[in-house]
Design a protein around this ligand. Sequence first.
Ligand code: PFF
Length: 448
Amino acid sequence: MWSSRWLFILAAAGSAVGLGNIWKFPYVVGESGGGAFVVVYLFCIALVGIPIMMAEVLIGRQGRQSPINTMRALVKEVDGSSGWTLIGWAGVFAGFLILSYYAVIAGWSMYYIVLMAQGLFDGSSPALARSVFSEFQQSPWLMLGWHTAFMVITVAIVARGVTGGIEKAVRWFMPFLVVLLIVLVIHGFISPGFDEAVAFLFAFDFQKITVETLLTALGLSFFTLSLGMGAIMAYGAYVPGSASITSMVVTIAALDTIVAIAAGLAIFPVVFAYGTELTVEAGPSLMFETVPLVFGNIPFGSIFGTLFFVLVSFAAITSAISLTEPGLAFLVEEYNAKRSRVAISLGVFCWVLGIGTVLSFNVWSDIHLVGNLNFFAFLDYVTQNIMLPLGGLFIALFAGFVLPKTIVGSQLGLDEGYKSVLWMILIKFCAPVGVSIVFFVTIFNSIS
Ligand code: PFF
């Protein structure tokens, strides 16, 4: 049991805030053409993400076990089909796939701690920032080394159990990360590209919304809130019975969204200030080019920059931990296995899979598994755009149509008033229909 509702909020925010916000959100906005994407993304968070996160927490708190066993127990309790337990299994699988590439990117961020500390970017130009990154991408062994380091740290923490150290650390690190993001946003605010960046991020151009934008925004909103794979459900199992699920979930989603928008406001002014030398469509390299460039050119930049990448790596660790939790908790519960042994085995499995992602940026960059997607892009696409939304869809259906109203009502503290009606509309209609329409349109579009 978490010692208070705040520790759950902190842990769940620790899971939600990660590379998805600081690294992925800005580059995906860049590739998807800006404001139209952001608006769709915000709608997805509010109308689909929040209800599904509430559903995950309430299911977890009702079952009080790992997601797979929670689903088993609830299905038994309500006499439902055992097919629903697939939600738990698919989540465990998705967690491993995501962790395998997440650890590679988090490894980049750890490498940048060292580069920043060495003062490599002091007085740097966009050309230098870009060449450092592209050289790194061409070095599979170096990348593998940092991937390994990240995985070892994650496994070491997970093996010891989540509560002790990590909660205490998150309490300090998260506020620090926010402060440094504010420094970057202020830098963005005074840089000449700020107006253009705001226009890019928030101008809503209806015509720019494509089918691909819809799917990517939906997928990213699941990814960033850690939804659809049981991570939040696993954390929900330890939530004290008296805490209000709605207010906790809204707080977590708000924190997550603020961090993502702040990352955008930090990165895009720099891109626009440098005109043709940096591009909004830089892809995964965006953060690793703009952020070092900024810190290389402000007073005490190498200290701030080092700290920034420490914090990003830390945010990645608190997310990585939650990626392992559904599988780990299940194996420990089911086989009474030692937590440390399970953690090491899972770590080795994900590490090996991660080698595919390391190679996707160099040796295998031109090997396409499907369409123009290489190994990393394929894993990223399948997990983010298909597995998480599908998991979320079934979680919403389960909470909306299978769990009895009495259970849901008492978990959420709903009586028969307007709040109950609003909840029903969101979980029975908005979330499932939203996800289904996006899927349907995507499939239709790719066939035609
Ligand atoms: N929410 C994390 C991020 O934005 O970086 C990534 C993530 C963690 C996804 C845990 C899914 C998950 F279960």
